[in-house]
Design a protein. Structure first.
Length: 280
């Protein structure tokens, strides 16, 4: 724990005590939230591209009543530092997650990854299965079907005008969201540099999500809101699925009570299978 540095008070919506922390990562400080207590298996939340740990506010408050909870801002996002090496690959994200887990003395935990964070969770579980008690894919992404030319056009347009590009791309995904949720989601992306946002997306180009998902044989669950050819639950129909109808991509923010109840059921199964004996 000596690698942790106390920071300022956590942004509104992210539970109360304890205060947020910074972990010294290999390429810069990583903004972390850690709290909660209880005998349940710890849970580690990973936000999507251009997001921040504050998007898990309702989950951090809820689950901290029964177990340890952890969340982090991915490198270059939220309040985490831009990495010195400028690298945003999934391997780099996995390394940061592992650094945070070790700094927090989290021996074994359930990962919950939203959107791009689902890919980070899959990659981490494949690399460190002994640390993962289960994985929840929250409206996660699968393989992105695009040609090299389509990738190049997409990233070029993003880098030319990120705010306009993001607002056009996010409009259908935020159609059912409240103005408060829309502002929180778009504000997080606005505060993320174009290098970090585009770098994370570009890291998906060569990511073999099929290989990563199949490498982990522990408990998994997909929670789905939207459906596209790139949706995780479409590409992995054998993964147990719970749907949330009439809700947008940021399902955990739009309908937190429903989302939390689904995750609670999954955690109950994990705890009952013995995951709680690893909690610290």
């Amino acid at each position: 724990m000596k690698r942790l540095l106390i920071a300022a008070v956590l942004a509104a919506g992210c539970a109360t005590a304890p205060q947020p922390l910074f972990v010294e990562g290999a390429q810069g400080r990583l903004h972390v939230y850690a709290g909660g207590e209880g005998t349940g298996t710890p849970i580690f939340f990973i936000h999507g591209g251009g997001g921040s740990l504050t998007q898990w506010g309702a989950q951090l408050g809820h689950f901290s009543r029964s177990r340890r909870v952890m969340a982090m801002d991915l490198r270059g996002m939220g309040r985490s530092w831009v990495p010195v090496d400028g690298v945003y690959t999934l391997e780099a994200m996995v390394s940061d997650v592992h650094t945070v887990a070790n700094a927090l003395n989290a021996d074994r935990f359930v990962l919950v990854g939203h959107s791009y964070g689902g890919s980070v969770a899959a990659a981490y579980a494949a690399a460190h299965p002994e640390r993962v008690a289960g994985v929840v894919y929250a409206d996660a992404a699968g393989r992105v079907f695009a040609t090299p030319e389509q990738w190049d056009r997409y990233l070029t347009a993003l880098r030319m005008d990120k705010p306009e590009f993001v607002r056009n791309a996010y409009a259908p995904m935020l159609k059912t969201a409240s103005e408060e949720v829309k502002a929180a989601v778009l504000g997080a992306v606005d505060r993320t540099s174009v290098e970090a946002y585009a770098g994370a997306i570009e890291g998906m180009r060569e990511f073999d999500v099929e290989r990563a998902v199949r490498a982990y044989d522990g408990p998994v669950l997909a929670i789905a809101a939207m459906e596209t050819p790139s949706s995780f639950h479409v590409q992995f129909p054998d993964v147990p699925l719970r749907r949330m109808e009439g809700v947008g991509h940021w399902l955990m923010m739009e309908r937190p009570a429903e989302f939390n109840a689904i995750v609670e059921e999954f955690l109950s199964d994990v705890d009952g299978a013995g995951g709680q004996q690893h909690a610290q």
